[in-house]
Design a protein around this ligand. Structure first.
Ligand code: NOJ
Ligand code: CA
Length: 526
């Protein structure tokens, strides 16, 4: 596919978590063949791009975010031919293909790391971040890893520690090494040549570790200490200039946004970094701090900060967050209404919407009975850390269930047959037991379903430039659960109103008259 500049602004991107989307060969694990089978479903929904979480060869310590070979496909997911078939079938349906690039770290089983750890003077010895022990023999500094525990691991062969901001099986690559950088860019060039349309770039705020005194050592987490340093921005610009910009490939960076300046630094078009940014917030922080008031404030500020020279990625769900209807809505009494309301909010905000698989069905969180039923490395470590800090097993389980990334990773609920139509055999992670009630087949037959509502929103966005390019203006009180705003373009004004509470609310708006037409509503028949 050829791409014009700024084409990404009109996309509606659908995220597939391949392990959980559709099992094409009956082994209980989602795969590329399954993804291809479901392209007609995605076409019917109306989305125009698929971002697939990593499908490269991986030992799956972090479900594909630990890559052992960037040039081949994970066996469980199929073959390169299967990937090419998916690409071709997607392109035939006008769906762009976005790959996930995990370049902050590789798997410890990657050939580079296997060599690097052997000695201090081999071809790859400087491809990772190695440091001598502290004078007491301990780790070089006190940095903690995102998944719990220290961020350094000792390797006797070298007599040194290597840095891993995530699991110890995910050693951080050394972007300060020019040759390593070029090898990393070769990975992107390989996928460019395969016809990829864009990239979501994983955990990319920490390339420059700042260990020469620039990182803020008062922050215990390595990823907070060195977030967004100047070298990181320089490397991102180099990467974009050499790999994605020449063909206008889309880029969305998963970054650490602490303030508006960070958002501008990563996504101002004039800086030549990413087209859009996905800000990472740990689930427990989001659960504890989100509110309609915070949403309103952030949306307004971000709009003002980027409207002249930037763009926004809009998402409420992904494979690292609880399900949106459970987190921001009401997954019981007002399940249908709140799932639709969140969809309306997503598609009417300025920016490119990202729909996470199952969100278009209003899929909800799960509560597995024991910590052993969970798969996610982060959930298991979270549980252990809570126990260490004195929580009872019951408390630790309750909180782990709430924050678990597995909430978003249960298999897609395609129909009400066994295993939700996801697989003919027992899936790698249990299907949410509400699949008999919440599933794609039922929703496609029901004109009032969440699926049909998403389909209408996506169609409206395609047909009405005001939703893509219109100005944005909040028109509701700063306090309270109502989020309302207008989008305006060339004399046309649309009003979007959302009630984030279970009670009726009133909104005064001087432009609403008898003639104002309701385009879409989240109650039956609207
Ligand atoms: C962010 C990804 O979204 C997450 O799933 C992963 O565990 C970390 N980066 C590490 O790659
Ligand atoms: Ca399979």
């Amino acid at each position: 596919m050829r791409h014009e500049k700024d084409w990404y602004k009109e996309l509606v991107i659908y995220q597939i978590y391949p392990r959980s989307f559709m099992d094409g060969n009956g082994d209980g694990i989602g795969d590329l063949k399954g993804m291809t089978q479901k392209l007609d479903y995605l076409k019917e929904l109306g989305i125009t791009a698929v971002w697939m979480s990593p499908v490269y060869a991986s030992p799956n310590v972090d479900n594909g975010y630990d890559i052992s070979d960037y040039f081949s496909i994970m066996e469980e997911f199929g073959t390169m031919e299967d990937w090419e078939e998916f690409r071709d079938q997607a392109h035939q349906r006008g769906i762009a293909v976005i790959m996930d690039l995990v370049l902050n770290h590789s798997s410890d089983l990657h050939a580079w790391f296997q060599e690097s750890k052997k000695s201090r003077d081999n071809e790859f010895s400087d491809y990772y971040i190695w440091r001598d022990p502290a004078p007491d023999g301990g780790a070089p500094n006190k940095w903690l890893s995102v998944f719990g525990g220290g961020a350094w691991e000792y390797v006797p062969e070298r007599g040194q520690y290597y840095l891993h901001f995530f699991a110890k099986e995910q050693p951080d690559l050394n972007w300060d090494n020019k040759e390593a950088r070029e090898k990393i860019f070769d990975i992107i060039r390989f996928w460019n040549d395969k016809g990829v349309d864009g990239y979501r770039v994983d955990a990319i705020s920490y390339l420059d570790k700042g260990m020469d005194g620039r990182a803020d050592m008062s922050e215990p987490f390595g990823t907070s200490s060195c977030a967004n340093l100047e070298g990181t921005h320089r490397y991102i610009r180099e990467m974009v200039e050499k790999t994605t910009r020449p063909d206008n490939l889309m880029t969305v960076g998963e970054v650490n946004i602490r303030n508006l300046q960070d958002a501008k630094d990563y996504t101002s078009a004039s800086r030549g970094e990413f087209d859009m940014a996905i800000g990472f917030v740990p689930p427990i922080v989001e659960i504890k701090t989100w509110s309609p008031e915070r949403f309103k404030k952030e949306v307004k500020e971000q709009y003002e900060a980027l409207k002249e020279d930037g763009w926004w990625a809009r998402f409420f769900s992904n494979h690292d967050k609880p399900r949106q209807v459970s987190l921001y809505g009401d997954d019981r009494e007002y399940w249908l209404e709140s799932a639709k309301m969140l969809g309306c909010y997503l598609h009417t905000l300025p920016g490119t919407p990202f729909v996470y698989q199952g969100e278009e069905l209003g899929m909800t969180n799960i509560q597995l009975p024991s910590i052993n039923d969970y798969d996610d490395i982060d959930t298991k470590n979270y549980y252990k850390t809570m126990l260490k800090e004195g929580a009872s097993p019951k408390e630790a389980l309750a909180e782990s269930q709430m924050v678990s990334r597995d909430n978003a990773r249960t298999p897609m609920q395609w129909d009400d047959s066994e295993n939700g139509g996801f697989s003919s055999c027992r899936p790698w992670l249990p299907v949410n037991e509400n699949y008999t009630r919440i599933n794609a087949k039922q929703q496609m037959e029901d004109q009032d379903s969440v699926f049909r509502f998403y389909q209408k929103l996506i169609a409206l966005r395609k047909e009405n430039p005001v939703l893509v390019h219109g100005d944005f203006k909040l028109c509701c009180p700063e306090e309270g659960p109502v989020i309302a705003y207008t989008r305006s373009l060339e004399g046309e004004t649309w009003l979007a109103v959302h009630n984030f509470s279970g009670q009726e609310q009133k909104l005064e708006h001087d432009q609403v008259t008898e003639e104002t037409r309701v385009i879409l509503g989240n109650y039956k028949g609207q």
